[in-house]
Unconditional design. Sequence first.
Length: 255
Amino acid sequence: MSIQPPPGPPPGPPSGPLGPPTVTLPPPRRPWWRRSGVLVGAAVAVVVAAVAALVLTRHGDRGTPSATTPAQARDITRRVTLAPADWGPDAVRDDPYEDDDKVVLVADDSCKVVRQPGVNMLGYLDRNVRKKDLTEYATSTVMVYRNAGFAQADAARFRADAQRCGREADTGSKARWEDIHEVDISTVKGFDDAVSAEEGHLTVDRDGRKADWYYTTATGRTGQFLLQVTILRDASPGQNREEALNALSVMRGRL
């Protein structure tokens, strides 16, 4: 894990079926995380439009950059992390929009989600985006480590959590996740290690209400960089997966 659970849109639906605009959306889950969606018929169009809107921006043959200072890391994170325009015309900034606090979320021995300072990180940035109709939420994250070994170690730790904990509870709220599992992915190219994906089901929101949201988080490592995308909606998990992998490829192209 690596991203703090988001508070969700100020006047949004509860996690689960769309509800009164006075209820706020709960944390979708881990750093590996962030948010949601549904809408019969229209939902399909939203997903297709969002995927089509992601335009891969490459930087010639200059190769993967390297960062040795926090300033260099900051420049890279701001260039690579996705913005609303990357998600299509119906995407806007969520609140909070950016977070650079270098705080990672991991599962302890009891599968409780705990927050820890990022170790050996030069830079960190996540950006949170949502659809205007509150049917989907996405978080893109770039973590820059002092070297490739540190990045690989954290990637392995995140993956181990998904393999070890089928259920998790947040220590900072009442949120609960079930059916957490690792997904085998081999379609995303350009990373030093196999891209890993975690999926799960948010069943209880941060305030203890029943929830029914599904998330997919895809994580890839290139050298000292960990790139991560999380999609959350209450529609098909398969749609989350397709969009998360496409977004991860876009970010890889911007390194």
